[in-house]
Design a protein around this ligand. Sequence first.
Ligand SMILES: Cc1cc2nc3c(=O)[nH]c(=O)nc-3n(C[C@H](O)[C@H](O)[C@H](O)COP(=O)(O)O)c2cc1C
Length: 178
Amino acid sequence: MKILVAYETGHGTTAEIAEAIGEVMREAGAEVDVARCRKVEDASAYDAFVVGSPIWAYKWLKPATAFLKKNAELLCQRPTAIFLTSGAAAEAKGRQMAMDKWVPKILSAVPDLEPVAIGNFAGVLSFPKYNIPMRLVMMAICKSQGAPTSGTVDYRDWDEIKAWAAEVHAEFSRRWGQ
Ligand SMILES: Cc1cc2nc3c(=O)[nH]c(=O)nc-3n(C[C@H](O)[C@H](O)[C@H](O)COP(=O)(O)O)c2cc1C
């Protein structure tokens, strides 16, 4: 089974999550490519897909949404899982909000897509990496969500991410009868 883990990232957090997902699937016996959405020219050789992006200003990054739209037919025909990374998912209320508000928005790009799984992961807040306009936006967002407004906080739960990847791999294998 050949799997593509396609991701977008602004500051690298989601790239590292995508690599970790790919590694779990490789260890489980799949052939896996991990690639940035904007760099994937032809996705037709893959049997299953994982597509992920951080939430920036309440949405997936544009190249990730463009990837969904461009490959809509393939993704609807073959098992596909999606994931999102956000600051909000660091706490239960924000995680639920991400599921209720942002996931439907992501999926509205491809209404026929029925993901086999949706990963809703907490990411990293890293104020020193943000330029001034970004910092102001993030301070406002974080303040409204009761999250930290300075410094760097890594909320990623690697056990959760790896367990999700193992479950998704098992589901892909089941669907391909392997
Ligand atoms: C400009 C900007 C906007 C963001 N907007 C949101 C947001 O609307 N909601 C949220 O929960 N997190 C938001 N975040 C936090 C990111 O989702 C989080 O930092 C994630 O780990 C970023 O992943 P990346 O390093 O792959 O870009 C934002 C981060 C940045 C830099």
